[in-house]
Ligand binder design. Structure first.
Ligand SMILES: [Zn+2]
Length: 111
């Protein structure tokens, strides 16, 4: 795991916010991978994950560049969010099918 690159001083509180690098780089836990700031908020609700999703994926939103990332790993959360969406859609679909199987009497005779 390449967490610490030697030339990234991320914790300098006196550096200009305008001089933020725009490239994506994993800088370690608690540091935004897009701009390198260690200033973030943990949203308790997001449109993609409701109340459980951001807690489950340790999602954080950078206060300097307003982009979301995984605060525990310091990486992008995009793939995790896509997997979370697929898994929750599958879960709701299977639960609906199981409920229909048990509670709708006609379905059992079709199969
Ligand atoms: Zn940022």
């Amino acid at each position: 795991m390449s967490r610490n690159s030697p030339d990234n001083s991320t914790e300098n509180p006196f550096q200009s916010p305008a001089a933020a690098p725009a490239d994506y780089a994993v800088r370690g836990p608690g540091v935004c991978p897009y701009c390198g700031a260690a200033d973030f908020v943990r949203p308790y609700f997001t449109h993609w994950g409701g109340y459980i999703g951001p807690w489950l994926l340790t999602h954080a939103v950078c206060r300097r560049c307003d982009r979301g990332f995984n605060v525990r790993r310091g990486t992008s959360n995009l793939i995790n969010i896509i997997l979370y969406q697929i898994a929750s859609i599958l879960l709701v679909g299977l639960a609906t099918a199981a409920a229909a199987w048990y509670f709708l009497p006609g379905w059992r005779n079709w199969l």
